[in-house]
Design a protein around this ligand. Structure first.
Ligand SMILES: Cc1cc2nc3c(=O)[nH]c(=O)nc-3n(C[C@H](O)[C@H](O)[C@H](O)COP(=O)(O)O)c2cc1C
Length: 214
C-alpha cells in the first residue's frame, strides 16, 4: 500500500467540554489510565512520550523518553545530565512533550518549563531501577561518540568487577527532570478529520480551557 493510500477514520470516541476535569493533570491521569486497556499488547508503552528541546540558536531535536511520575502537577522523567538533550535544556528550559495513544485515537501535547529533580529523588529512583538499568546508566556517556560497541561491553564488565553484588552509586551525571506545564492539549480523533481538541492554558486565575480547530 502506498503512503498516499494509508489513512484511518477515527470513530472510537468523542471529547466534549463537559467530559473533562477542570484540572488538566487529573484529566491526563484519567486518559493515561484509559490508554492502559486490559488487552493492551505488552510491547505498547503508554508512558512513552516525545520530548522536544531546542537551543537559543534555533536548533530543535526530539526523542522518546519514559514518563516516570506526575507528582506536584509536573511530568517527571530520568536521563543523563550530560546528554545532547540536557545541553539544550541548559540553554533553553522551554520544552514540549507529546504522547500518542493510537489504540484510543488520542494525542496529548504539553508545553512547559523544565527543571532538574531534587538529588535525593533522583538517587531514590535510581536505586529502584533494575540492576542492569543502573549499570547501563554508569556505562553510557549518553550522546557521546564511541569507537564501537566493544567500548560499552568492556566498561560493563569492569563495572561488574568493581561493584559485584554491592550497591551501585547513582552517577552525578544521571537524574530526573520535571516539566511544569503551561499548556496541555487533549486531542481525540473524530470522523471526517473534524477532531476534538481541548487545550488547557495557565492564566492568572488558574487553568482555562479552550477548543481549537482541528
Ligand atoms: C521507548 C523508548 C524509551 C526511552 N526512554 C528513555 C528515557 O526514559 N530516558 C532517556 O534518557 N532516554 C530514553 N530513550 C532513549 C532516547 O530516545 C534517546 O536516544 C537518548 O535519551 C539520547 O537522546 P539525546 O541524544 O537527544 O540526549 C528511550 C528510547 C525509546 C525508544
Amino acid at each position: 500500500m502506498s503512503l498516499y493510500e494509508m489513512r484511518r477514520n477515527y470513530t472510537l470516541k468523542t471529547l466534549q467540554e463537559t467530559d473533562v476535569d477542570p484540572d488538566p493533570m487529573v484529566q491526563f491521569d484519567r486518559w493515561l489510565k484509559e490508554a492502559n486497556v486490559s488487552d493492551l499488547p505488552d510491547w505498547v508503552e503508554t508512558n512513552a512520550m516525545t520530548l522536544a528541546t531546542s537551543d537559543l540558536s534555533g536548533n530543535v531535536t526530539s526523542r522518546i523518553v519514559l514518563l516516570k511520575g506526575l507528582d506536584d502537577g509536573k511530568f517527571w522523567f530520568y536521563t543523563n545530565y550530560r546528554s545532547a538533550k540536557a545541553s539544550q535544556i541548559e540553554s533553553n528550559p522551554r520544552v514540549s512533550l507529546c504522547f500518542l495513544w493510537q489504540h484510543v485515537q488520542r494525542q496529548v501535547r504539553i508545553e512547559g518549563t523544565i527543571s532538574k529533580a531534587p538529588r535525593e529523588q533522583s538517587e531514590r529512583y535510581f536505586h529502584m531501577r533494575p540492576r542492569d538499568s543502573q549499570f547501563g546508566a554508569l556505562v553510557s556517556d549518553q550522546s557521546e561518540v564511541i569507537a564501537s560497541r566493544d567500548v560499552l561491553e568492556q566498561k560493563l564488565s569492569e563495572l561488574h568487577q568493581t561493584y559485584g553484588t554491592g550497591e551501585i552509586p547513582c552517577p552525578e551525571s544521571w537524574g530526573g527532570y520535571a516539566v511544569d506545564p503551561q499548556s496541555i492539549e487533549f486531542w481525540q480523533g473524530r470522523q471526517q478529520r473534524l477532531h476534538d481538541r481541548l487545550q488547557y492554558f495557565r492564566s492568572d486565575s488558574g487553568w482555562k480551557l479552550q477548543r481549537l480547530a482541528p
